[in-house]
Design a protein around this ligand. Structure first.
Ligand SMILES: [Zn+2]
Length: 291
């Protein structure tokens, strides 16, 4: 459910005008568009866009590289995710603690772990725990309303990540912060589409309008290697044209390879580790206008 503070900051995602709350919709007086509230969740996307994203999601579920077993079962059999940043929870906790009590905090793509209910979780689909259905490339918030925005493992899925980062700049308050996790050495993964990867320079370029506080690898080369290896083994394995064979071999290999991640712990001070790191953490601030 949306907090009152978040409701006040809501805007039409296309013209950025503040929307007014109606019984079962938010109304944009400028575009005369009604954004429906479905099961308590505002769907801040145009009808056509909403339909396109729903189709994309359904196609993703039916995709050939995912075996036809229920998603829940697949999750149980899956080998441990190698791309989890061990310090993520601690880092997010500190970021949240640094915000004022009435801060508006938004998680775009709902990728961050264990967030308190006060954080607004936005995603393209009405997944469990989502507060707003919306697109990171046209955020449904008014200008300069957000104190902290988290965007973890989302930019690679955007058709236009530059637009997404521009939107973050627009909605952040002057002095507001953005925290991003951006993958680099990571195999293709559809969720529901997978478009780009970024080097450390690429991340810096993407966030060039912000004042950088941190830009460093967070998941290292060994995690990247473990993920690449399990995909490689599954790809070369005889019979892996069959998606069942492919997925089973990949997950079995994953169980053996995931402990490789431990090696990353010892690479923190290696100056060249960023060249093949799995992903980067970026923390930046929207600079206050100088008077
Ligand atoms: Zn509008």
């Amino acid at each position: 459910m949306l907090t009152e503070k978040a409701k006040k900051a809501l805007a039409c995602p296309y013209c950025c005008t503040a929307v007014t709350e109606e019984k079962e919709a938010y109304f944009c007086p400028s575009c005369s568009v009604r954004y429906p509230i479905i099961d308590g969740v505002p769907h801040m996307l145009e009808k056509k866009e909403l339909a396109a994203r729903t189709t994309e999601r359904e196609e993703w579920r039916d995709a050939a590289i995912r075996p036809d077993i229920s998603y829940d079962l697949l999750v149980k059999l899956k080998s441990p995710d190698v791309h989890v940043w061990p310090r993520e929870r601690r880092t997010v906790r500190r970021l949240l603690a640094g915000c004022p009590e009435d801060a508006l905090i938004v998680d775009v793509g709902a990728g961050a772990l264990d967030l308190p209910k006060s954080v607004v979780r936005l995603d393209l689909g009405p997944y469990p725990g989502i507060d707003i259905v919306g697109d990171g490339q046209s955020l449904p918030f008014q200008e300069s309303t957000v104190d902290l925005l988290l965007i973890f493992r989302v930019l690679e899925h955007m058709r236009n990540p530059e637009l997404g980062v521009g939107e973050i700049f627009r909605v952040l308050k002057p002095g507001g912060r953005v925290a991003a996790i951006v993958p680099f050495m990571e195999p293709f993964h559809i969720n529901p589409i997978d478009i780009s990867r970024f080097t450390r320079d690429g991340v810096r370029h993407l966030f060039r309008d912000f004042e950088e506080e941190r830009c460093e690898w967070c998941v290292g080369p060994s995690a990247a290697l473990a993920w690449m290896m399990k995909e490689w083994i599954a790809t070369v394995f005889p019979g892996s044209r069959n998606k069942w064979v492919y997925a089973s071999v990949r997950e079995l290999a994953g169980w053996f390879l995931s402990p490789l991640r431990i090696v990353d712990y010892f690479l923190r001070k290696k100056p060249y580790a960023h060249k093949i790191a799995e992903s980067f953490f970026y923390l930046g601030r929207k600079v206050k206008d100088e008077v």
